[in-house]
Design a protein around this ligand. Sequence first.
Ligand code: NAP
Length: 484
Amino acid sequence: MVSRTIPVDPFDLVIFGGTGDLARRKILPSLYRRHVGGQMPAEARIIGAARGEMSDDDFRAFTREAIEEFVPATKRDAKTLEEFLETLRYVRVDAVGQDGWTDLRAVVRPDVIRAFYFSVAPSLFGALAERLHEHGIADADSRIVVEKPFGKDLKTARELNAVLAEHFTEQQIYRIDHYLGKETVQNLMAVRFANILFEPLWKTEYIDHVQITVAETVGVNGRGAYYDKSGAMRDMVQNHLMQLLCLIAMEPPYHFDPDAVRDEKLKVIRALEPVAPEDIVRGQYRAGGGRPGYLEDAENPESRTESYIALKVGIANWRWKGTPFYLRTGKRLKARTSEIAITFRQPPHSIFDHPEGWRENVLVIRLQPNEGMNMMVMIKEPGPGGMRLAQVPLDMSFAEALGEGGADIPDAYERLIMDVIRGNQTLFMRGDEVEAAWAWADPIIQGWEARGDRPHSYEPGTSGPEDALMLLHRDGRRWRDIRE
Ligand code: NAP
């Protein structure tokens, strides 16, 4: 199967913070890959904006280095790289001052789609929004892209939404959660809603429980002091894991349309039950393997911030009451992997006398590495010797199944930036969704702060704290192994 790529309309994309880490590692390499993929129109222009003194050529040299570092050699070539670099400009702009805004206005074209990527600290969002209007650079059709963290609690998220709403409508605001840009995440919707097979079983009568795991092998290296103000609940659960949970749990939207999808996700978040203290396990990695422990990385020996969290979450609606969702995420774990596993219930009656080897059906959705899906089903073990059962995977690995087109799965940022240009908000979080997610997370965080709970320490390179195992054991269940 060959992938089809339709070029988007001509656009100017201004990246505020165009010389920062995110631009270097993700935004600029993703744009180049879309150029190679034939999706960038010849008239596209990418404008880096930051306070540093730089010429267009300096910014091109910076971008060339970023692409050489972050795009594999097999995915780039001199010709397309030169073409792409030609589309770049740089303007020196200070978000909080008046410097550079007239220059920016002169560079941005009024007759093409205008998008502004706020790849700067959230404290600058208000100033940027205001300046863009004051100088007549943004109009009613312009889009802005904002990054996580979107607030650190409900209050700050509301403040950020209010600041942006002063100058932009909700239809102009694209809140990025890059998990939503992953191929598998969208495939989850295709599998659920384009097949008759799963949806009739997609409810508590047939689904025993759901596990969502996002495991990292890295620690908080180098940004410990910053991370220490956040922790796994704020950094991962409130946004990424919550979005995955929503896509599993939501009702079929009436149409694959941005607001229809986001309305259904919002209903799920609002139906989340409060989480009891005994259903939360938090942890901090210890020193090991020659690397410091969390407390040292965070430069705070008294820190109570978690680098690991596991939660048992209930959804109070007809479809899900009685099916727990177990969420876990952490740093310095044994493997880097993200997956969703949906475990079905046992058949009501076994016709086999000796059902050894019997296991539940599990649908595993892998987000990384090797995006794909696996359906674990029972078959008869081949050969003579009676009816012995064995569990085998029905592997739906996209790269293999879809051949040429599937092997080159675009990075989440590639898809999301192109969606901004296309004006499609389906894979972006709406303001009310973000606020609802904080409204659920806030009391959980306030609860452990008020109780003075301390995270358990865990051995690096393991599956996390021992107590997290108990979270499932006491329900007669087990976590899936964390492995690549
Ligand atoms: P960074 O490396 O610190 O870069 C910040 C950028 O903003 C630089 O280009 C900086 O250039 C520019 N800048 C700072 N103050 C400015 C001002 N007053 N006016 C105009 N430009 C200004 O930060 P980052 O890691 O790229 O992160 C950017 C945003 O993305 C943050 O909100 C972050 O939370 C979010 N994010 C980052 C990552 C990541 O992987 N890095 C992941 C998720 C979310 P000058 O100093 O020259 O102005």
